[in-house]
Ligand binder design. Structure first.
Ligand code: DX5
Length: 225
């Protein structure tokens, strides 16, 4: 049974001076969730927002929030983002010494657990942990900034993870993030992704957010295996 297709925006390109209106507009546009790109200026060469900013808009919308923790030593911040209203916490495999324990911490807090893999990180890292993972995120850019080009050579890695997920019963989401837009979403979906994160492509659509969401969704649905 294929996992439902989800279009999840990154708010990185949003107007932070109007963040409340921006998340409301995303919900109105029909997104399936909102991804918060949390960056610490150490793991990635950029700095974004913390749990208090996420919490400030939580009550304005009902769509699920996910925190993409691009931060060193995520164990110290997981509970803050769960408290801020994130239902899914994604840690980078490259940032924690004891990934199995970190995933258990996330689940013990009542959240869903996600593992993100940088382009240079082999998919093998998640294979022994699939029973602890609710979503695998295969990055198709090097994390830190929106508006980068999609790394198509990640598609075999997406397909490899999709195979393992199917063999494990199919109960895990497969997310792709980075350079997702009208020209690239089909490749990611065809490789097996069911959750597609887009930032720049949504905000660049001249016909607006709702059109961008609908267009990306239909392109991805048409390409799914
Ligand atoms: C990278 C970020 C971006 C963002 C989406 O660290 O994670 O991938 O979510 O950016 P776009 O869709 O503009 O590539």
């Amino acid at each position: 049974m294929a996992r439902p297709l989800q279009i999840v925006p990154s708010v990185l390109p949003a107007d932070f001076a109007r963040l409340g209106e921006e998340v409301a507009a995303l919900e109105k546009a029909g997104v399936d969730g909102i991804q918060w790109d949390i960056m610490d200026g150490r793991f990635v060469p950029n700095l974004t927002f913390g749990p208090d900013v996420v919490a400030s808009v939580r009550s304005l919308v009902t769509v699920p929030f996910e925190a993409h923790l691009m931060i060193e030593d995520p164990d110290t911040m997981i509970n803050r983002f769960v408290e801020a209203g994130c239902e899914l916490i994604i840690v980078h495999a490259e940032t924690t010494r004891h990934l199995h324990r970190t995933l258990g911490m996330i689940r013990d807090l009542g959240a869903r657990s996600g593992v993100a893999l940088n382009p240079g990180t082999p998919a093998e890292v998640v294979r022994p942990l699939l029973d602890m993972i609710d979503m695998v995120l295969v990055m198709t850019v090097n994390p830190g900034f929106g508006g980068q080009s999609y790394i198509a050579s990640m598609e075999p890695k997406i397909a490899e993870v999709a195979e393992w997920i199917a063999a494990a019963g199919g109960g895990i989401d497969l997310e792709v993030d980075g350079g997702i837009g009208p020209a690239t979403i089909a490749g990611a979906a065809a490789a097996g992704a069911n959750v597609l994160v887009a930032g720049t492509a949504l905000y660049r659509d001249p016909e607006g957010l709702a059109h961008a969401v609908t267009d990306l969704r239909s392109r991805a649905e048409a390409a799914r295996p």
